[in-house]
Design a protein around this ligand. Structure first.
Ligand code: 5AD
Ligand code: SF4
Length: 452
């Protein structure tokens, strides 16, 4: 067996892609390894979303090159491949700047990986096309034992790319136009995951709620239709989806949050800014008021839903007042968690060319203020859980001896004392304390069960 070491940067979609790359190579005699020194093939699955993320790639290539040299001294060959969004956007540059790299390929061509690796043994390979064929039709499914090893929760990409062209974002350029996978293909993959022991599936897409994959009867099935079909799969206990755009939050999808018990009460719905001026120049196509009104409608359908979001501070021309508007919006919405970033001008996007770029010092200050507020809200959200009983999907041992841990429906980390043989189950836990990071609880015992 040959060994592959994959280092994954960036979003959950890359985590999913890395697994599918392993699946593509498995029938060709490759297996995953956590030890880079033993790897015949090293893949870096990269992220281009912000400057920091893509800068990391070149330093990582440097480190990988050292491994390649050490192995060479032992008489072993090592192929180095760069995948993902930096490969897509800067493939030629990587080939030029990094002679140690044998293989560069974008997110749409990893089904060709076995062939590319073979060719890379004799000649450097670059493949950053957007191929005609659907890669998912060519990817082998993982062996059940592999799925079991990957754990109780799994990602499943249902949609890729984006047509929204927010003016700060590289995704429409690196991942291409919006494309949805057919319903039947997704259902088959989900059923296989469940047979491999998966209890929770998170549907992924850059713009997942714009999903419109065809099925036998309907050429544009919506995300809510897909969710209803997934909810019929026996053994699939929890469904989540991410990431969504406010303008694609249709009434049917909101109703699914009311009607489907398997759909977890958690929604990641980025707004980026609370200022209408900035939202307009970000090309988000909605106002702050419309977003808040949407959140109200979602909360009417599912009152306990946890709302999470993404924020960018320091977008060009963001004034103190615009920033205050963002803080106000956050205070109105009350987030359970959120990701926040300093604006990072990305080459090729309209934002990078805009006048009045905000000085770094101001961006840093605003980010710190924003994060204080968001952290406080996250702490409050967790504190409000105290006293409640929640089903927890138990997926690991805790850090402290005798503890096990898992996730609440609201995606909070929960730890409690209980025997390890409960790992893999969903059990009710009474929450006894909570801080910003996690909750502590007590297992609710079933009839006849004894406390350990
Ligand atoms: N600068 C800063 N943050 C960005 N994001 C996307 N592009 C940029 C950028 N150029 C953030 C957005 C998005 C998340 C995935 O990353 O908040 O929702
Ligand atoms: Fe990028 Fe999301 Fe905007 Fe699409 S909707 S351009 S992925 S931020």
């Amino acid at each position: 067996m040959k060994k592959i070491f994959i280092k994954t940067f960036g979003c959950q979609m890359n985590v999913y892609d890395s697994n599918r790359m392993l699946d593509a190579l498995a029938p060709h005699g490759y297996e995953n390894s956590d030890d880079i020194e033993s790897a015949d093939l090293i893949l870096l699955n990269t992220c281009h979303i912000r400057e920091k993320a893509s800068e990391k790639v070149f330093s990582e290539i440097g480190r990988t090159k050292e491994v390649q040299q050490r192995r060479k001294e032992l008489g072993k060959e090592t192929i180095i491949g760069v995948a993902g969004c930096v490969a897509q956007a800067q493939g030629e540059e990587i080939m030029k700047r990094a002679p140690a790299v044998d293989l560069v390929f974008g997110p749409q061509s990893y089904h060709r990986l076995p062939d590319m690796v073979e060719r890379a043994k004799t000649k450097r390979v670059i493949d950053t096309d957007f191929p005609e064929e659907d890669k998912f039709n060519f990817l082998p499914k993982p062996q059940q034992a592999v799925t079991k090893k990957r754990g109780l929760t799994a990602f499943l990409t249902v949609q890729e790319g984006c047509d929204k062209f927010c003016s700060f974002c590289v995704v429409p350029y690196t991942r291409g136009v919006e494309q949805s996978r057919p319903v039947e293909q997704i259902l088959a993959e989900a059923k296989d995951l469940v047979l491999g022991g998966v209890k929770e599936i998170t549907l992924l897409g850059q713009n997942v709620n714009a999903y419109h994959g065809g099925d036998a009867l309907d050429q544009s099935a919506s995300l809510s239709k897909l969710l209803h079909k997934l909810a019929n799969i026996d053994g699939l206990e929890r469904i989540r989806y991410t990431t969504s755009h406010p303008n694609d939050m249709g009434d049917d999808l909101i109703a699914a949050h009311r009607d489907l018990p398997q759909l977890m009460p958690y929604l990641h719905l980025p707004v980026q800014s609370g200022s209408n001026k900035i939202l307009k120049s970000m090309n988000r196509s909605h106002t702050g008021e419309e977003y808040i009104e949407l959140i109200e409608r979602i909360r009417e359908a599912r009152p306990d839903i946890a709302i999470s979001g993404d924020f960018i501070v320091g977008f060009p021309d963001e004034s103190d007042k615009d920033f205050e508007d963002t803080l106000d919006l956050i205070k109105k919405v009350k987030y359970s968690s959120a990701y926040s970033f300093k604006y990072s001008p990305r080459p090729g996007t309209p934002g990078a060319l805009m006048k009045n770029q905000v000085p770094e010092k101001v961006r840093v200050e605003r980010l710190a203020r924003l994060q204080i507020l968001l952290n406080q809200q996250q702490g409050e959200f967790n504190h409000n859980a105290v006293g409640k009983i929640m089903p927890v999907l138990i997926d690991k041992k805790g850090r402290i001896e005798g503890q096990i841990g898992g996730r609440s429906p609201y995606l909070q980390a929960v730890h409690f004392n209980a025997p390890e043989n409960l790992i893999g189950l969903i059990r009710n836990v009474k929450i006894i304390s909570g801080d910003r990071h996690s909750l502590k609880g007590e297992l609710i015992l079933n009839d006849g069960e004894e406390k350990t």
